[in-house]
Design a protein around this ligand. Structure first.
Ligand code: GLN
Length: 543
């Protein structure tokens, strides 16, 4: 049955980085656990078509959906909280909006009209907002507007929200404004003025917030709530405190206590007859907060200064750690800082080594040294995408003796191109959206470690790469003890390698981290953490 979809817009004021994505995901979680079908969308005001071509230092990790969209990392939070997949329609950038409008203009679809921000760009934004609602699959669509109210580049989005509020009617569309209530230590006070100003700014664009969610380091008193209500045209119960949390996974409970879901349902005129069912969520939190052991895992990457560059991996470790009731201590290790000389000292106290995904030459020799150390010293090793490719290169150089073996991404003249460009990539010249992306099937070999871990023969995982294991070397590599235990059934591309003689040595060409959620921790991460725990406790790992 077609649903009458309701819309919740989330805007941000005062500063960026207040965690709109986490508030949106937490609200969605509460509504989902009350039985509503909910999805979340992110509108990003930058001009890139998608974040696929962005350096991770800019906005952190590029998240990949099942349908192969390269998206903002907030979509990862949406999936981890809601445990349902997102798609291309869940992330739209200004670049993509303009691209479609300009394509239409070139086709003459505007019939000679002057193409303008209002109505043409705003119409396209409104269309993109309603695509998810129009599928009929969702009771509620939450749309997070990236950036901060008042930014020049956010204006067309706020204007589109203004138009939609009128078109859809107030019982069908509301605005949550997320702001900061800073604490001034010198005055010993929480200050409401920045919020008042940001609400004024929003009102200048014709949008009045229905609910204020206030980020704060200290409890917001009733008198502050009253003051905010008075100045910002909301009722006291519409002022929701969002106090700093120990973990982002506490936020749904905090929002429940503050009644965010209740006021949202009331404003949308939806039944509020069932409390959210958070038992499984809270079981996870309990395990996460009461670990019985600690493991030390080295995350070797070249963007480690910015932890957001590896967001899905670090979150997958949280899910897998809770599952094993252990605290995973991530040791962030810069691959460029690793040398033959310092690897033993830097890695010897680790219980596991994860070599991260990446692109280009910078830092790869350090990654290769890290693989070697883990392989030779029986330290559990997990290689993801580039990390898997580094494991193949290390094995080829140091076990097969193929001196200078490399990926043609790093050295196109290598004598031993053990990692090479995929056939279908050879004639591609553009960078944006042209990698092997999204979900691909993989068949796991009987008796392999991965087959036992997944308990399945057929799996599907998400990809984002151009290079692959070069099958010309497969026979030699396998003879020497590194086995391709997962392959694409159609193309024979190697998806998984492992070393059966090693306690836990697995490399995957895909990105398992994208599919790990709170309620469905990824089996490879769970098993890897288990292996690191065995290492920490000096127990054998067996499969
Ligand atoms: N740079 C490698 C490739 O394109 C690995 C990509 C990745 O780690 N995501 O194949």
């Amino acid at each position: 049955m077609m649903k009458n979809t309701k819309y919740v817009f989330v805007t941000g004021g005062v500063t960026s980085s207040l965690g709109k994505g986490i508030i949106a995901a937490s609200l969605a979680k509460l509504l989902q656990e009350r039985g509503y079908s909910v999805t979340i969308q992110k509108l990003d005001p930058y001009i890139n078509i998608d974040p696929g071509t962005l350096n991770p230092y800019e906005h952190g990790e590029c998240y990949v959906t099942e349908d192969g969209a390269e998206t903002d990392l907030d979509l990862g939070h949406y999936e981890r909280f809601l445990n349902i997949p997102t798609s291309q329609a869940n992330n739209v950038t200004t670049g993509r909006i303009y691209q479609s409008v300009i394509e239409k203009e070139r086709k003459g679809e505007f019939l000679g009209k002057t193409v303008q921000v209002i109505p043409h760009i705003t119409d396209e934004i409104k269309h993109r907002i309603q695509i998810l609602g129009n599928t009929g699959d969702f009771d509620i669509v939450i749309t997070e507007i990236g950036g901060t109210v008042g930014d020049i580049e956010s204006l067309p989005y706020v204007e589109s929200v203004r138009q939609l509020l009128w078109e859809l009617g107030h019982e069908n569309a509301i605005v949550i404004h997320l702001t900061l209530v800073p604490y001034l230590a010198a005055a010993g006070e929480l200050k409401t003025k920045p919020t008042q100003h940001s609400v004024k700014m929003l009102m200048q664009s014709g949008v009045s917030p229905d609910i204020l969610v206030c980020r704060t380091e200290h409890e917001i008193s009733d008198s502050i709530k009253n003051k905010l209500a008075l100045f910002c045209n909301v009722r006291k119960e519409d002022v929701i405190q969002s106090i700093d949390a120990e973990t982002i996974y506490d936020v749904p409970n905090f929002m429940l206590e503050e009644g965010l879901d209740t006021v949202v349902l009331k404003k949308l005129q939806l039944p509020n007859d069932k409390q959210p069912e958070l038992k499984l969520w809270n079981d996870f939190l309990k395990r996460f907060k009461n670990p019985k052991n600690t493991v030390e895992i080295g995350l070797i990457g070249k963007y480690v200064e910015l932890h957001d560059a590896y967001k899905s991996i670090s979150e997958a470790f949280i899910h897998a750690g809770a599952q094993n009731e252990v605290k995973v201590n991530i040791n962030w290790i810069h691959s460029e800082a690793l040398t033959v000389e310092n690897v033993p000292e830097l890695l010897q106290n680790l219980n596991g080594v994860l070599v991260a995904p990446g692109f280009g030459e910078r830092g790869i020799e350090g990654k290769i040294e890290a693989v070697k150390f883990a392989r030779e010293n029986n330290i559990p090793f997990f290689g993801i995408c580039l990390g898997m490719q580094m494991a193949v290169i290390e094995f080829s150089r140091n076990v097969l003796g193929l001196t200078g073996a490399n990926s043609t991404e790093m050295n196109s003249n290598t004598l031993y191109p053990v990692i090479d460009l995929m056939e279908e990539q050879k004639n591609i010249t553009e960078y944006g959206g042209t990698m092997r992306l999204g979900a691909w099937d993989c068949v796991l070999k009987e008796g392999s470690k991965v087959r036992n871990i997944y308990h399945k023969e057929h799996i599907s995982e998400r990809h984002r790469h151009r290079y692959e294991f070069n099958n010309d070397f497969l026979e030699q590599v396998e003879k020497a003890g590194m086995i391709a235990t997962g392959k694409n059934p159609k193309t024979n591309l190697v998806e998984v390698i492992e070393i059966p003689k090693h306690p836990w040595f697995v490399g995957v060409q895909y990105h398992p981290e994208y599919k790990s959620t709170v309620l469905n921790p990824h089996p490879l991460f769970v098993d890897f953490v288990k292996a690191t725990l065995n290492h920490a406790l000096n127990l054998p790992t067996n499969h």
